[in-house]
Design a protein around this ligand. Structure first.
Ligand code: FAD
Ligand code: 2HG
Ligand code: ZN
Length: 476
């Protein structure tokens, strides 16, 4: 429900229309509902308005006007986030600032191996521009057709190539940011080395829109890897998946780009929805391996040797290797379709945890019985980036339990997952961030010292608390 705008808010909307054009200040209920709801419908808010500036200068004007009016801003990219970070509160008093009109690729430098883009450019467009220049932008996510570079930066996104290239923070060289008072920080440097004090670029990465609005970025490109060898394997256990990482690395070195884990219920779910299963094994665990290299490289030999070692050591039960691009695509679908497939089981209680790789098996073996005891019939759909020690331990309701009753149990079920993760020296958010849904939990698992330093940083940059309030840090 929308609040009746006061004179101040009416004046603000008039000023915003003058700054960026009336067509780009949205107040129709249908627009407010679209921008106020995340892609799953799991988080719903009510924006006061949605603003769609087209340039850094316009973003700066918008932020200055809202700051002066004391109105909070919620930056939004593709709205594909998992934790409600881009969704405003339900009070009708926050403005969603969409970067959707900032879609320019400003520069591609194949020699310097950089690309400079607006924050609203969609990830797949950056990948394509890099490929056209004979380079690779390696960030790879299931949402790459809709998520934006600004969102990837704000969440420090991970994905399926982290074990080779690192997370988004390893791929960003420089940033342009509109600060909470409207000033523009131009840090669009393409330097590989720059030790001139505190690293502001890294500070903004992963800050989920709570310290400023990212408007542009210089990203690092990598050599293209057109030759790929891809396998789908059946595994005896999670411990074997962790051990196989060392075998894969021994054979492929840094050419190993993907090592993903899929549980049997997750595999069965996507296969049940029509994805071809080339390995109808009754194993409990499966994995997707990809090794990639430049033209002329023998990644196929590396993969074959690694699979041979894995089979001999009992770490792999069976394997199938893609023989064509279409088959490769089919294997990737077994992994990438899980998120969407799980939504058909009712509401999902998501967990994005990481532990040291050697503790993965322990995490899984402890959580299974604990969750079944807490809620008999609960259906864990487990998958993730095993090479990074990162599992998505997602929960679906027992078949006979209504979705709402299941969601009412979210706090105690998540506490089981998060407590166990913490006992194993892990993190309760490996790659999705905290948003609004995990801010309180994160504070509970961090030391007072760490939380107070984070608050000090927030207060220094955003003393009025108007930049995405209630995300990352709880409201006090
Ligand atoms: P949004 O959802 O719009 O926003 C996310 C956060 O960033 C919010 O806090 C928002 O306020 C802030 N923000 C957005 N743009 C800006 C900006 N320009 N300046 C400042 N703050 C901003 N994530 C992974 O890490 N790994 C995965 O493998 C992965 N796979 C996914 C698969 C699917 C099918 C889906 C739906 C999501 C997946 N995600 C994954 C989550 C999500 O796609 C990423 O978090 C992505 O980085 C979010 O980008 P976005 O543009 O959609 O951001
Ligand atoms: C993935 O790895 C994403 O596919 C999505 O991070 C995870 O659905 C999820 O929880
Ligand atoms: Zn993931």
């Amino acid at each position: 429900m929308s609040q009746a705008p006061t004179d101040l808010l009416t004046g603000l909307l008039t000023d915003l229309r003058a700054a960026i054009g009336a067509d780009h200040v949205l107040t129709e209920p249908a627009d407010l509902s679209t921008y106020g709801t995340d892609w799953r419908g799991a988080f719903r808010g009510t924006p006061l308005a949605v603003v769609r500036p087209a340039s850094t200068n316009e973003v700066s004007q918008v932020v200055r006007l809202t700051h002066d009016a004391g109105v909070a801003i919620v930056p939004q990219g593709g709205n594909t986030g998992m934790c409600g970070g881009a969704v405003p509160s339900g009070d009708g008093d926050q403005i969603v600032l969409s970067l959707g009109r900032m879609r320019t690729i400003r520069d591609v430098d194949a020699t310097g191996a950089t690309i400079t883009v607006d924050a609203g450019v969609v990830l797949v467009e950056v990948q394509a521009a890099a490929a056209t220049a004979g380079r690779l932008f390696p960030l790879s996510l299931g949402s790459e057709g809709s998520c934006t570079i600004g969102g990837n930066i704000a969440t420090n996104a991970g994905g399926t190539a982290v074990l080779r290239y690192g997370m988004m923070r390893n791929l960003v060289l420089g940033l342009e940011v509109v600060l909470p008072d409207g000033r523009v920080w131009d840090g669009l440097r393409s330097l590989r080395k720059d030790n001139t004090g505190y690293d502001l670029t890294q500070l903004f990465i992963g800050s989920e829109g709570t310290l400023g609005v990212v408007t542009g970025a210089v990203l690092a490109l990598h050599p293209a890897t057109p030759v790929r060898a891809t396998a789908w394997v059946a595994l005896p256990s999670v411990a074997a998946a962790a051990d196989l990482l060392a075998v894969l690395r021994d054979r492929a070195g840094d050419r190993l780009s993907t090592w993903e884990l899929v549980s049997r219920p997750a595999r069965d779910l996507v296969v049940g929805q029509g994805v071809h299963d080339p390995l109808p094994s009754s194993a409990e665990w499966f994995g997707l391996i990809e090794i990639a290299g430049p033209a002329g490289s023998n990644v196929g030999d590396d993969l074959e040797a690694a699979l041979g070692d894995g089979l001999a050591a009992g770490l792999v039960l069976e394997a199938v290797v893609a023989g064509s691009p279409a088959q490769r695509q089919g294997l990737w679908e077994l992994r990438e379709r899980i998120t969407e497939a799980q939504e058909t089981l009712g509401p999902t209680i998501k967990h994005d945890v990481s532990v040291p790789i050697t503790a993965l098996a322990s995490l899984v073996s402890r959580l299974g019985p604990a969750l079944q005891t807490a809620l008999p019939g609960i259906r864990p759909i487990i998958f993730g980036h095993v090479g990074d020690g990162n599992l998505h331990y997602n929960l679906s309701r027992p078949v006979d339990l209504p979705g709402e009753s299941f969601l009412a149990r979210a706090a105690d079920l998540s506490a089981i997952v998060h407590d166990c993760t913490a006992e194993l020296a892990g993190s309760i958010s490996a790659e999705h961030g905290l948003g609004s849904s995990k801010a309180a939990s994160a504070a509970a698992y961090k030391s007072e010292v760490e939380v107070s330093v984070m608050r000090a940083v927030k207060d220094a940059l955003d003393p009025s608390g108007l930049m995405n309030p209630g995300k990352v840090l709880t409201l006090e």
